[in-house]
Ligand binder design. Structure first.
Ligand SMILES: NC(=O)c1ccc[n+]([C@@H]2O[C@H](COP(=O)([O-])OP(=O)(O)OC[C@H]3O[C@@H](n4cnc5c(N)ncnc54)[C@H](OP(=O)(O)O)[C@@H]3O)[C@@H](O)[C@H]2O)c1
Length: 338
């Protein structure tokens, strides 16, 4: 391992005192992680807060075996050490990384294949706001959803980190996008980001509204994060050869009564995926696609994270409270000081 001199042995990190509410979060001192042969050690300047972190804190999304038990799926910072097999990054490089966990700390490791350079003009907070959303949306919208130019998309939770990224990428790749969100202000934000229209699901039946907006034809791809209660309505909203892509089941995963005839009649594909359990090789493949096809858009300002709020690492409880309130539009971030 190539090593920068004078690295401390210990770091500040966020731990949980067992599963529960924000009161289980606390700062503690832990040992610096040691990078494996294919990993880099990053001095974290900023980390993203994502809905899966809340689920992990609550004990509903345990980290995979061999992953850090700490929360934090994305970071940006400087490489301060590299494993023997790493040739793509060197000490001093500024990277943003999809971690396998452990981002809520002063130092974190990530496989080099899951790192990317900061897009032009980005600072640490904006760079750290990219990985979880862009890796997830690329995989689900472009790979599993097989979106092509000229098609149309409906994304639920359009003002979430995932939703904002879906609107921007779908637009950038030539699709027409519709969104749902829970307030008129969030719907306005979705339209400002490029959605052709957005529907407040608390006021209107989203399927009626979407079908009216599309002249009754519906859309080619749906990115769903609501789950079972939306299933029948989602199928109604898909056109011939449509793809329903599940990225979360926030309101339930089990569909009780399902008529397979709809799938046959419209030749539908029902798919979905989770990012965290994928292998480093799979995540590395997504990173390469992002670098080639999305990094130029980020550097040119044609897409990019919307940062709603930034908290110091020590105020992680306030950051979790904000994300849980769903008052945010875009990303909630943590800034990590030396
Ligand atoms: N599959 C994967 O690999 C993967 C990876 C990352 C995240 N995710 C999932 O993707 C979702 C978004 O993640 P995030 O980090 O971007 O979280 P987030 O910003 O907290 O977003 C959650 C969103 O869900 C929306 N929502 C809740 N009920 C809704 C409903 N009935 N209709 C429409 N929207 C509804 C909320 O919007 P309103 O307040 O407006 O309702 C909120 O914007 C989470 O469920 C997360 O677990 C999946």
């Amino acid at each position: 391992m190539i090593h920068q001199p004078a690295l401390p042995t210990h770091m500040r990190q966020v731990v949980t005192r067992g599963p529960g509410g924000v009161d289980v979060l606390e700062m503690s001192e832990g040992l610096l992680p040691t990078p494996a042969a294919d990993e880099v050690l990053i001095r974290v300047a900023a980390a993203g807060v994502n809905r899966p972190d809340i689920m992990q804190r609550e004990g509903r999304y345990p980290p995979p075996a061999n992953a850090s038990p700490l929360m934090g799926l994305e970071v940006a910072g400087m490489v301060v050490a590299a494993g023997a097999a790493v040739s793509s990054y060197a000490i001093g490089d500024q990277v943003t990384a999809l971690t396998n966990g452990g981002g809520y700390a002063q130092y974190a490791v990530a496989p080099a294949t899951q790192c990317l350079p900061w897009p032009d003009g980005y600072d640490a907070v904006r760079a750290a706001a990219i990985p979880e959303n862009y890796f997830t949306v690329w995989a689900n919208l472009m790979v599993h959803g097989r979106l092509t130019a000229g098609e149309s998309v409906l994304v639920h939770g359009g003002s979430s980190g995932i939703g904002v990224t879906t609107i921007q990428l779908a637009r950038a790749f030539g699709a027409t996008v519709y969104a749902t969100a829970g307030t008129d202000m969030k719907c306005a934000a979705c339209r400002a980001l490029g959605a052709a229209d957005a529907f407040n699901y608390r006021d209107v039946d989203f399927a009626d509204a979407l079908l009216a907006a599309t002249g009754g034809t519906g859309v080619d791809v749906i990115i769903d994060m609501v789950g079972a209660p939306y299933f029948a309505q989602n199928l109604r909203c898909l056109r011939l050869d449509g793809r329903l892509v599940e990225v979360a089941t926030q309101l339930g995963a089990k569909v009780a009564d399902f008529n397979l005839a709809a799938v046959m009649q419209k030749r539908l594909v029902i798919t979905g995926s989770t990012m965290r359990p994928r292998t480093s090789a799979e995540k590395g493949g997504i990173a390469r696609a992002l670098r080639q096809q999305v990094w130029p858009l980020l550097s040119a300002g044609q897409a990019g994270p919307v940062v709603h709020a930034v908290f110091p690492l020590e105020e992680v409880a306030a950051a979790h409270r904000l994300l849980e309130s769903s008052a945010h539009i875009g990303k909630v971030m943590l800034q990590v000081s030396d």
